[in-house]
Write a protein that binds this ligand. Structure first.
Ligand SMILES: [Zn+2]
Ligand SMILES: [Zn+2]
Ligand SMILES: [Zn+2]
Length: 500
């Protein structure tokens, strides 16, 4: 593919959205190529195939930039780690540049040479000299706790004449010296940074907040710079300055905190709305998260990444690939799958109630489900309480509290509760008193039951989209092929294997 000669700065100045790549270090640790603790990048020399493959996945997911896998690749960090004895920092830096370049040229991506924190300014110069032997488009100084150290890195990298981005791993409270995000940004721009922002340590919510504070600081100082964000791919509502490093789950048990791709869609949109135009991810951001950013911002960028060929937006167009030719006849079962996934999306439990409330506040008032035939159904998620699985409780709201199934011929009592007509009739037939089973309100005589027609219509509509659990006739029985995707109870598969 032809090389995009346009510089990152030129593209940002033109108002383009740049999608960054995901995290290399944590992913390669999980895959067995990086040692937790030292976190050094010797895999660039020892396992180039693993590094190359990860670059390729980010590229395919729509990344405009591939960062060299050179995290902590300065002599001091390598020495301190005691992990690398027979390979030099120079060898790693050069190999990492070649790998990123090789893959970037398979697509249309830029290569960013990356330096990260070290307390020795001279080491930035050494690393820069190694990068300059190779073909690097611009530089990123990332993962700095102190804006002072990041500013040193920026000053050194700027001597190359190339564009320099700088991201700090700080919280909205500022850096480790207590400098506010706004002041940090001013410091970095004055040192020469063209792009400033935040990476790693904290979740998208916190990082967006920090970048907004940076922008305010720049505005106050009358300075201009592009904004960049590459947050952690995990939820960290209780973390502060040290970020996820301070969690007991770090680094081996972070999985339950992982962002879902729907979290990432929301993040990408929020970051864009905050005026950030370089949007990527750090540790915990896998290729599918980067794809979610690319998909959320497809209209702004004007294209979808190659990886989206295998995948519909927001789970839409999810289709039975083993059953080609079935698509025209598909009903709306896509929605059911999406519905189930949304159930998973909101299961995350925050460690304390206050956070729950705060997070609740941040979540949208409703979730909209899209079905294949472009009907959308909106559910109020605020009605369900704090930590409950919101979508699951949505489905609960659609169940008769007597038979625990989706309402059939729903009727409403004078106290406002809904039941299936036969359920409440049978209930009253078999009891001495006429009471509402839910609120226990007593009625002198059996109230006239009116069919709740709008509710019935919603039920039928949902059932036609297969968003609801199957009715008895639709359920897989003995001798039927059960759908592999439904949760219990399972639909009878209308075609082999899947119920789609
Ligand atoms: Zn990170
Ligand atoms: Zn019922
Ligand atoms: Zn009642």
């Amino acid at each position: 593919m032809k090389r995009n000669k346009r510089d990152i700065l030129e593209r940002l100045n033109a108002g383009e959205v740049i999608v960054g790549d995901g995290g290399m270090v944590l992913q390669l640790e999980r895959r067995g190529y990086v040692k937790a603790g030292p976190w050094t990048p010797e895999a660039s020399v020892q396992h180039p195939e693993a590094v190359r493959q990860l670059h390729r996945e980010f590229l395919r997911a729509g990344a405009d930039v591939l960062q060299t896998f050179t995290f902590y690749c300065s002599e001091d960090n390598l020495e301190l780690s005691g992990n690398v004895t027979n390979i030099t920092a120079a060898q790693i830096n050069e190999a990492a540049c070649d790998l990123a370049r090789e893959v970037a040229d398979e697509g249309n991506a830029l290569v960013a040479g990356c330096v990260s924190q070290t307390p020795f300014k001279s080491l930035f110069k050494k690393q820069l000299d190694e990068f300059l032997k190779k073909d690097i488009d611009f530089f990123i100084a990332e993962f700095f706790r102190y804006s002072e150290e990041a500013a040193w890195a920026v000053e050194v990298l700027k001597t190359s004449g190339k564009t320099v981005g700088a991201t700090l791993c700080i919280s909205p409270h500022g850096d480790m010296n207590g400098l506010s995000p706004g002041d940090c940004a001013v410091h970095l721009v004055k040192a020469g940074a063209d792009i400033v922002g935040v990476n790693c340590h904290l979740d998208p919510t916190a990082c967006i907040q920090t970048v907004k504070l940076m922008r305010e600081g720049l505005d106050r100082a009358g300075l201009k710079a592009h904004l960049m964000i590459q947050p952690l791919g995990c939820h960290t509502p209780e973390c502060n300055l040290t970020g996820y490093i301070g969690l007991p789950e770090f680094p081996f048990a972070l999985e339950t905190r992982s962002l879902t791709r729907w979290d990432v869609h929301k993040y990408a949109r929020e970051a864009y709305k905050a005026g950030i135009r370089y949007i990527g991810g750090c540790c915990g951001f896998e290729a599918y998260h980067i794809r979610a950013i690319s998909e959320e911002l497809r209209d702004e960028r004007g294209f979808l990444p190659p990886a989206s060929e295998k995948h519909g937006l927001w789970g839409l167009l999810w289709r039975c690939t083993q059953n080609p030719g079935s698509e025209p006849g598909l009903k709306g079962n896509i929605g059911k799958i999406f519905f189930q996934h949304l159930g998973v999306l909101t299961v995350h439990r925050w460690p304390n109630q206050k956070m729950n409330e705060e997070r609740q506040h941040q979540s949208p008032a409703c979730l909209t489900l899209y079905s294949k035939n472009e009907t959308s159904l909106t559910f109020d998620t605020r009605r369900s309480s704090g930590t409950k699985t919101k979508m699951a409780s949505c489905e609960e709201q659609l169940l008769c509290s007597i038979c625990l199934e989706v309402f059939k011929e729903p009727v409403t009592t004078p106290c406002g509760h809904n039941y299936c007509k036969t359920c409440i009739t049978d209930y009253w037939d078999s009891s001495q008193q006429i009471r509402c089973p839910l609120c226990k309100k007593r009625f002198r005589q059996r109230p006239a039951l009116r069919c709740n027609t709008s509710f019935r219509d919603v039920m039928e509509h949902l059932r036609s989209l297969s968003l609801l659990s199957p009715t008895e006739e639709e359920q897989a029985g003995p001798g039927d092929v059960a759908c592999d995707i439904c949760l219990e109870p399972k639909y009878r598969a209308s075609r082999p294997v899947w119920c789609v």
